[in-house]
Structure formats: structure tokens, C-alpha cells
Design a protein around this ligand. Structure first.
Ligand code: ARG
Length: 465
């Protein structure tokens, strides 16, 4: 055979593929990552074909044995991947025929690379999702542990990045937990929809052989078969959905990163990031940089970029399969790798965060965080809320000029703003009193945080939202 003449599809061609075109159209450089799942798909297909009488038992056994040897060679790193064979599917099939002869050529009966690759990616992504879920759960557990440990730790809560009201750090950690728990639920939703088997769709229209699609699907652990053969080979909405999940999760991690970066700064000094998650500067000896959260924040950009790539990849494609779809793999692989690293980094880092409890409390005290509590106090004393707001606004302005906190103003001074203020006002002006008073479902009181942590553990264990 001439160079390039060994193509599995070479029958109707009269000249060899241009060397550049061969390289340009090949996907073997990246799709060899699908090898294990490609072999799993072939095993199921061969098993089903034999059950249906399309292959003999001997042919099936030869195929299964050959695939086993190929799998071992791939795992050992000794498989001779060849760019002339274009992709993972044809590399494995050609090798199989080389090893077992005629039976190898029958494996592709009733199948096309179009339903084959659609099956491989779904199988591969399903495993990737299961591995990502483990890291996601580990991160959620770390957040619950920090929430529990910091149920009583007081910090300023912010709106507009200005001190708003005191909250507990545990409550803040629980906010992150909720976001990531929703991300987990979205990931599981994506898994449910992708877990359907395209095999049997063949090139686009189905096959003339008496196949059993349900059987192949069951052998591969799919919940069902993809109903429509044109849809089965062409759509990649599961990949778009996964990358959308990845983008949302990365945006959550990016926001989380941003807070950790701020909090670790000398200006905030809310937390210490352990040294093992930081690096130094080659010029400034004093520096300890929060590289891990910074990189996670940065990597959110590439993941959102991959989502855009997949959306644009699909948008102009007519039914059914087009070679465009070969471009689905690299963005998808990189999303999985990036999410895997970022979730792991956070799952390792979160339990190791060390809150600076005194500095957090000090920050809550210094920003008039209990002004709303004073207003609420006046409302309870009979003043309409808008009037109370006005009174407290004047008291805050006074404290700003006097450079002190509301709790440091004398009773006399406070009564100058409203005669409804009594001795008991100081109880609501403390940050402890402020958080304890927000004592209902979903609020920041330490008792509520503890209850939410207990519920959180339950929800996580049961896979609930
Ligand atoms: N490497 C191809 C892909 O990733 C496999 C399917 C090729 N099918 C075809 N008809 N050329 O999409």
C-alpha cells in the first residue's frame, strides 16, 4: 500500500491524502484520551452483535481478547498511535485487525464513527463528572466544618463592599456552601441528561442489521438510548451543558477567590492563608502572595471561553454529523482538567483557612455595623422606621465627627437624638447582640448557623438541593 493508502475508508480514493490535510484533520493528538471508553463501547457493541447472531461467538471472543491486549498496551504506554490513522477509533480498529485478522474487520458492522464518538464522549464525561463530584463534596464538607467552627465568629457583612451589618463568619461560609451545593445539583442534572446511548444510530439513519440498542445501552450503564438517530450523532448539548455548569461553578469559585484575596491582604487581615497555598516574590522579601485563589480566579476566564467555543461550534451546523464536531473535545477536556484542579485546590485550602477572629470582630465594630439595630430598637420603642432611620443617621454623623463607635456615645448624647432611647440600648449596639437578634431560618445568629450546618450535612449526604 502506498503512503496514506492504508486508510480504513480508502476504497473510493485514487490519490493519497495530502500530508498537511492528514495532520489538519487528525484528532489522534487529543482524542486518544477516549481510548478506554472507546474500547468499552466496542466490547458492548461486539457482545450485542454476537447475541443478535451478527457475529459468531468465536469472532466475538477474538475481538474481546484483542481489545484486552490493546487496552493493556495503551495503559502500558506502548501503543503505537499513528497520525495516518486519524483518530482514536481507527487507530484501535486497525490495530485490532492487525492482531486478530478478519474478525477485527467485522467489529464496525452496524456502527459508524459518528455514533461511536458520541458514545465515547458521553462515557468519558460521565466518569469525569463522577470524579468531579467527589471533589465538590469534599469542598462542601470543608465549608460546613468552617461554618461550624465559626458559628460565633463575628465579622462585618458587606453590601457595596461597605460595612453593612455584623454577620457571623459561619454564616458567610454557609453562603458559599449553598452556591456549591446548587452547582452539585446542576452537575447531577447534566449527568442524568447525558446518560443515554447513541450507539445504533450508526452514521445518521440507523443500520440494516438486527441490533439491540437497549442491550448495548445496558451493558454500558446508560439509563436509556438516545431516541432519534440524527440527534444521537450530531448534538453536543450535553457538552454545552457541562461547560455551562463548569462556567457557573468557576464564576462561584472566582468570587470566592476574590474574597480570599481581599481577606488575606494586610488591609483587611481577616484570614491567614497557610504558607503552602502561597508563594513569595523574587524581589520583595515581605511578600506572601495568594497565588492559588488568584489562579482560580484567572482560570474562570478560560472555562467561560470554552463554553463560548462550544456554543459557537454548534450554532451553524445542519443535521446530522459534521466534522466540526471534532472540535468539541479540547474545550471539554480542558474544562474537566481545570475544574478538577480548581475544586481540588479549594477542597484542600478551605479547611486550612485560619480566621483572624479579633481582627474580624474589630472590623465589624468600627464600621457602624449596628446602626440598623439602633433603628430597629427605636421602631420597637414606637418610632416609624423612616424616622428611626433619620435619627440614627444623625447619630452616625455625630460619631463620625467624634471618631468613635455608636456604642461609645454616652446615654446623654444618644438621648439628644431621641428621647425614646434608654439604658437598654447598649445591648443592641454590641455586635454580639446584633447577630444573636437575627434569629430565624436562614439568618446569621450563631444558633441558626449551627442548625443550618446540621441540615447542610444531611442535604449533602442525601444529594439534595
Ligand atoms: N474524530 C472524529 C470526531 O471526533 C470521529 C468521527 C468522525 N466521523 C466522520 N464521519 N468523519 O468527531
Amino acid at each position: 500500500m502506498s503512503e496514506g493508502g492504508a486508510k480504513l475508508w480508502g476504497g473510493r480514493f485514487t490519490e493519497a491524502t495530502d500530508a498537511f490535510v492528514e495532520r489538519f484533520t487528525a484528532s489522534i493528538g487529543f482524542d486518544q484520551r477516549l481510548a478506554r471508553h472507546d474500547i468499552a463501547g466496542s466490547r458492548a457493541h461486539a457482545t450485542m452483535l454476537a447475541e443478535q447472531g451478527v457475529l459468531t461467538a468465536e469472532e466475538r471472543d477474538a475481538i474481546l481478547a484483542g481489545l484486552g491486549e490493546i487496552e493493556a498496551a495503551i495503559e502500558a504506554g506502548s501503543f503505537p498511535w499513528a497520525v495516518e490513522l486519524e483518530d482514536v477509533h481507527m487507530n484501535i480498529e486497525a490495530r485490532l485487525t492487525e492482531r486478530i485478522g478478519a474478525a477485527g474487520k467485522k467489529l464496525h458492522t452496524g456502527r459508524s464513527r459518528n455514533d461511536q464518538v458520541a458514545t465515547d464522549i458521553r462515557l468519558w464525561l460521565r466518569d469525569a463528572i463522577d470524579a468531579l463530584d467527589v471533589e465538590l463534596v469534599r469542598l462542601c464538607e470543608g465549608l460546613l466544618a468552617q461554618a461550624e467552627a465559626n458559628a460565633d465568629t463575628i465579622m462585618p457583612g458587606f453590601t457595596h463592599l461597605q460595612t453593612a451589618q455584623p454577620v457571623t463568619l459561619g454564616h458567610h461560609f454557609l453562603a458559599w456552601f449553598e452556591m456549591l451545593l446548587r452547582d452539585r445539583s446542576r452537575l447531577q442534572d447534566c449527568r442524568k441528561r447525558l446518560n443515554a446511548c447513541p450507539l445504533g444510530a450508526a452514521a445518521l439513519a440507523g443500520t440494516t442489521f438486527p441490533i439491540n440498542r437497549e442491550r448495548t445501552a445496558a451493558l454500558l450503564g446508560f439509563d436509556r438510548v438516545v431516541e432519534n438517530s440524527l440527534d444521537a450523532v450530531s448534538d453536543r448539548d450535553f457538552a454545552m451543558e457541562f461547560t455551562a455548569w463548569a462556567s457557573i461553578t468557576m464564576v462561584h469559585l472566582s468570587r470566592f477567590s476574590e474574597e480570599l484575596i481581599l481577606w488575606a491582604s494586610a488591609q483587611f487581615a481577616f484570614i491567614d492563608l497557610p504558607d503552602r497555598f502561597c508563594t513569595g516574590s523574587s524581589i520583595m522579601p515581605q511578600k506572601k502572595n495568594p497565588d492559588v485563589p488568584e489562579l482560580v480566579r484567572g482560570k474562570s476566564g478560560r472555562v467561560v471561553g470554552h463554553l463560548m467555543a462550544l456554543l459557537m461550534l454548534m450554532k451553524g451546523q445542519p443535521l446530522a454529523y459534521n466534522k466540526d464536531n471534532q472540535e468539541d473535545k479540547e474545550p471539554l477536556f480542558d474544562c474537566v482538567d481545570t475544574l478538577s484542579d480548581c475544586l481540588r485546590a479549594f477542597a484542600d485550602m478551605v479547611p486550612a483557612l485560619v480566621p483572624r477572629v479579633a481582627a474580624l470582630r474589630e472590623a465589624a465594630i468600627s464600621g457602624f455595623a449596628t446602626a440598623t439595630d439602633l433603628a430597629d430598637y427605636l421602631v420597637r420603642a414606637g418610632l416609624p422606621f423612616r424616622d428611626a432611620h433619620e435619627v440614627v443617621g444623625r447619630a452616625v454623623a455625630h460619631a463620625v465627627t467624634a471618631e468613635c463607635d455608636l456604642a461609645e456615645l454616652s446615654l446623654e448624647t444618644l438621648q439628644g437624638f431621641s428621647d425614646r432611647i434608654g439604658e437598654d440600648v447598649y445591648a443592641v449596639l454590641t455586635v454580639e447582640g446584633s447577630v444573636a437578634a437575627r434569629d430565624h431560618f436562614g439568618a446569621t445568629a450563631p444558633s441558626q448557623v449551627r442548625a443550618a450546618v446540621a441540615r447542610g450535612r444531611e442535604r449533602l449526604a442525601q444529594g439534595l438541593l
